[in-house]
Design a protein around this ligand. Structure first.
Ligand SMILES: Cc1cc2nc3c(=O)[nH]c(=O)nc-3n(C[C@H](O)[C@H](O)[C@H](O)COP(=O)(O)OP(=O)(O)OC[C@H]3O[C@@H](n4cnc5c(N)ncnc54)[C@H](O)[C@@H]3O)c2cc1C
Length: 329
């Protein structure tokens, strides 16, 4: 292997919440062929978790008993290929937005404010301001446990709001664990023989005015700075928006802005963000997610579904007590 293998790797270093446990091992591949050889060398039942910039991810305090593949800054090529843009999975999404604008394409601007990788954007169908990643995908390249590469078209997937699942022989195989990995009800990633992950994508954007696209990027970023708590560690929107509503509105209506559990807090600036005040544990964050979910269900009759992915094992008995939420019943 040409990449680097790290044992007991603290995942707080690799997730934007800057909290949580360690991975039993983490691998930084040197290149695509090295990634293929490494995956092939793993035992068939080894839990595998691909991680981009960890901007939508939390590893519980007991850690992830498996192998994490750290993709950011590996597979980092973005280039023009005729009318399409080819971007590898480790490319930061804002880099693709800037590249597209520089080459006079329109429609990639929304990616400038999404602080993850292309791999993460594909897995999440990341989106904002009315645009979503898969609307512009022409094809993807994937890799499986045997290190085999495949090219797939979007029609191979079931694609929805923050949801992507591969269909195989008409069946829905959630290689990308969108619905299973929810706070509290999923302990480890699915180990399925059909598991595969994204290594690159070809995007088709409309031709446009590059300068207008650069201006739009600036405006979108300013909007984010004004409305999101970007100075504090967070993972973006914690919950998906329910149909025809906003999770932030529901959370705010319950008076939960500013609510704390240990060192995790519902942001004062944006109610659908949970921030780490400095020394939050994953249990603080997950506990607060559960508390918000339960309060909104009770008071507003809506079950909010977490958008963030939570993996790994809890430490039994960990987590702070949430006095205000006990007071509220
Ligand atoms: C300040 C802030 C603002 C945000 N704003 C938005 C927003 O507007 N819209 C939005 O949609 N999201 C937003 N997010 C969430 C997050 O940035 C996106 O979901 C992003 O696409 C995640 O990319 P990542 O590389 O960080 O993925 P990670 O957090 O590393 O991983 C997320 C999931 O994708 C999987 N994954 C990662 N790489 C791969 C791969 N190569 N192949 C297969 N699976 C993979 C992981 O296993 C995990 O399940 C925001 C986050 C923050 C911190």
């Amino acid at each position: 292997m040409k990449g680097s293998l790290r044992l007991n790797e603290p995942m707080a270093k690799h997730v934007s919440w800057r909290a949580g446990g360690a991975a039993r091992q983490a691998y930084v591949p040197a290149d695509l062929m090295d990634l293929a050889a490494f995956l092939k060398s793993l035992p068939a039942d080894e839990p595998v978790l691909f991680v981009g910039l960890g901007s939508n991810l939390l590893v519980r305090d007991g850690g992830f008993k498996g192998t994490v593949i750290l993709m950011h800054a590996v597979l980092n090529t973005v280039r023009l290929e005729g009318e399409r843009i080819y971007a590898e999975a480790g490319v930061a999404s804002p880099k693709l937005a800037r590249f597209a604008a520089k080459h006079d394409f329109a429609g990639a601007e929304f990616l400038a404010g999404i602080p993850g990788t292309i791999g993460g954007a594909l897995a999440m169908n990341a989106g904002c301001y009315g645009a979503e990643t898969w609307e512009s995908v022409d094809a993807v390249q994937t890799i499986n446990r045997r290190g085999e590469l495949q090219q797939r078209k979007p029609d191979a997937y079931e694609i929805g709001y923050r949801h992507v699942a591969l269909r195989v022989n008409g069946e829905r195989l959630t290689v990308i664990e969108a619905d299973q990995v929810r706070a509290g009800n999923h302990r480890s990633p699915i180990t399925d023989h059909a598991e595969e992950w994204f290594t690159a994508a070809w995007f088709k954007f409309k031709h446009g005015d590059g300068q207008a696209a650069q201006q739009r990027i600036k405006a979108l970023l300013q909007k984010r700075i004004a409305s999101q708590p970007l100075q504090q560690p967070n993972a973006g929107s914690v919950f998906r928006n329910p149909p025809q509503d906003h999770a932030a509105r529901l959370i705010e209506a319950c008076g939960l802005k500013g609510r704390r559990l240990g060192n995790a807090q519902v942001s004062e600036k944006h109610a659908n963000f949970i921030v780490n005040l400095g020394a939050a544990t994953a249990a603080d964050i997950e506990g607060l997610i559960g508390m918000v979910q339960e309060t909104v269900r009770r008071e507003q009759g809506v079950l909010l579904v977490p958008e963030v992915r939570i993996v790994g094992d809890s430490v039994s008995g960990s987590g702070a007590k949430c006095e205000p939420c006990h007071t509220n019943g």
